[in-house]
Each structure stands twice: as structure tokens, then as C-alpha cells.
Ligand binder design. Structure first.
Ligand SMILES: C[S@@+](CC[C@H](N)C(=O)[O-])C[C@H]1O[C@@H](n2cnc3c(N)ncnc32)[C@H](O)[C@@H]1O
Length: 296
């Protein structure tokens, strides 16, 4: 296990059960977002997301779920994802230990694999749970979205004693239409299941306050920590794969170098790769363009 830390943002490189057990005090975290391997055969930099049986996967999950619950403060919130087929087990397990306030559907436009002979999966479930249903953080005003009836259709409710305009804003429902991270997006990192910053933005804004501690026990590309940092929260991310830890060190600006390597985002296939030998003066590009257009 190895620890990295700067300005309120920490990364633990190691196994989450070991890290949760040995490095994080009980009752110390305000918000946890957990996006574990789903046991559906994804490849996390060579580490296969595959357990010998459903039972083996679930008993591993129950272990870290229990640890996450222990690490939450009494008013803390817990968001957790898994594959649609595993979520009923998580739901039954968690509702005996926490209060499940929302069963969220993260719906997206298209999946990587287009099903032809059955109805393809275009959503992933997220449970939103709290320890104390009478005392938890929920920043309504920070997550409001446009209410179609009031904002777009501008309707008036004539059933009221005095006709009243419908509200123009509302708290989002539990179906969240947020596009998946695409290769051409700025936020894209080389990881098979990177979550969009827009998804974490809503969760972190709703369920934590500036200065709170946000934990992600399966950080991947460190989306949670990155969003937490941009919103003035502290963050702690755990990840077992060194390649992804390097992404976190760079995204959170904890280190610029790692074992002598400069930490850079992998260039996209369509991006110019300027090395020291390929330097050029950009001013001539502009002039070349000006010359061709002016001679037309
Ligand atoms: C579904 S991905 C998380 C993606 C992340 N939410 C993001 O936005 O990039 C799960 C991550 O858990 C990591 N992982 C798998 N087993 C782990 C373990 N035992 N301890 C810590 N991390 C683990 C994988 O390497 C993978 O990056």
C-alpha cells in the first residue's frame, strides 16, 4: 500500500478492503461514492473483473459495503453502483443497515455494444442511502434543474385560488439522463468504465458541503476526487491499479512526475503530438491559412 497526499486530497494505492480497514478511521467520512467492478468481465488494465461465482462476488461486496458504512459519519451519505443484475442483492443488504432514499437510474444515449436480439441495456442503477434519515446533507438549491412545465411551456396553474405560474426549477427526479464519457470529450481518460464528471457533480453538490471529506473506494480515473476538488471538498481515493493511480496523481495535481515519468494525459489519436523535435512556431500556421484564403 502506498499513500500520496497534497492540499486535502489523498490517494491510496492498494486493495480497498485493506485500505478501508487500516487507513481510515470509523465515522470519519461525509460522503462515499462506490463504483466497484461489476463482475461482468471488464478489463481494468489487465485485472479481470471476474469472480468464480455470484456468491463469491457478493460476499466480497458485503465485506467492503460493511466497511464503507462504518467509515461514514452519523449524518453521512452513501451512493453505490453495480450491475443491474447484482443491484437487488445490494438493495436487500443495504436496506437492513441504512435508509435507501433514492433508487437512481443513470440513463445514457447508447451503449458500446448494440444488442440485436434482445433489449440492450441503456442504464445503470445507483442507490442513494443515508445513515440518519432525519439528519443528512441535501443541498436542494445547488442541484435544481429546469422544470419543463414552468420553464419551457410556461404554463399557469388555474386550479389555484389565484392562478399561479408553475415553478421553473425542480429537484431532479431519479432518472438521470447524462451522456457517457466519449473519446472526444476533454475529460476522457483511458479506462473502460470512467464515470462522467456531470454525474459526480450532482452527487457531490447534493450530498456534501465545502470542506467535507468525500471518499471513493474504487477510484478508477478519480472522477469523484476530481469533482470534489473542483467543488472545494477534501477527497480520498483508493485504487489498486498503478496506471490509474497515475491518472489520479495527475488529475488532482498531486504530482507532476512519477518514478521519473512526466505524468501527461495520453494524446488522442487526432491530436498533434509535439515532441522536442517537432516544435514549431504557431504564428506561421495562421499566416499560411491567411495566405491561402486571401488568394482564392
Ligand atoms: C468501475 S471502476 C471505477 C471507475 C471510476 N468510478 C471512474 O470514474 O473512473 C472500478 C475500479 O476499481 C478498481 N479495483 C478493482 N478491485 C479493486 C480493489 N480490490 N481495491 C481497489 N480498487 C480496485 C479497478 O482497477 C477499477 O479502476
Amino acid at each position: 500500500m502506498r499513500l500520496f497526499e497534497k492540499n486535502g486530497h489523498a490517494i491510496i494505492w492498494g486493495d480497498t478492503i485493506e485500505a478501508l480497514s487500516s487507513e481510515i478511521p470509523d465515522g470519519s467520512v461525509d460522503l462515499i461514492f462506490a463504483d466497484p467492478p461489476y463482475n461482468i468481465g471488464k478489463n481494468f488494465n489487465g485485472r479481470k473483473d471476474h469472480w468464480p461465482s455470484d456468491e463469491a462476488y457478493l460476499s466480497w461486496c458485503y465485506e467492503w459495503l460493511n466497511l464503507c458504512i462504518a467509515k461514514l459519519k452519523p449524518h453521512g451519505s452513501f451512493y453505490v453502483m453495480t450491475a443491474t443484475q447484482n443491484m437487488p442483492y445490494f438493495d436487500i443488504f443495504l436496506r437492513k443497515r441504512l435508509h435507501i432514499l433514492s433508487r437512481i437510474v443513470w440513463a445514457y444515449d447508447s451503449s458500446g455494444v448494440q444488442a440485436r436480439n434482445y433489449f440492450g441495456s441503456l442504464y445503470e442503477p445507483i442507490l442513494f442511502c443515508v445513515k440518519d434519515k432525519d439528519n443528512y446533507t441535501f443541498n436542494t438549491d445547488d442541484i435544481l434543474v429546469a422544470a419543463r412545465t414552468g420553464a419551457t411551456r410556461k404554463l399557469i396553474d388555474y386550479r389555484k385560488p389565484i392562478p399561479t405560474k408553475y415553478n421553473t426549477k425542480k429537484v431532479p427526479g431519479n432518472v438521470w439522463n447524462i451522456p457517457r464519457v466519449r473519446y472526444r470529450m476533454d475529460e476522457y481518460e483511458n479506462h473502460p468504465t470512467q464515470k462522467p464528471t456531470a454525474l459526480l457533480d450532482r452527487i457531490v453538490k447534493a450530498s456534501s458541503n465545502p470542506g467535507d471529506l468525500v471518499l471513493d473506494p474504487f477510484s478508477g480515473t478519480f472522477t469523484t476526487s476530481y469533482v470534489a476538488q473542483s467543488l472545494g471538498r477534501d477527497s480520498l481515493g483508493i485504487e489498486i491499479e498503478e496506471e490509474y493511480v497515475k491518472v489520479g496523481l495527475r488529475r488532482l495535481a498531486i504530482q507532476e512526475h512519477y518514478n521519473g515519468e512526466v505524468l501527461r494525459r495520453e494524446p488522442k489519436t487526432y491530436e498533434q503530438q509535439d515532441g522536442p523535435d517537432q516544435q514549431h512556431l504557431a504564428i506561421f500556421e495562421r499566416h499560411a491559412q491567411w495566405n491561402t484564403t486571401s488568394h482564392r
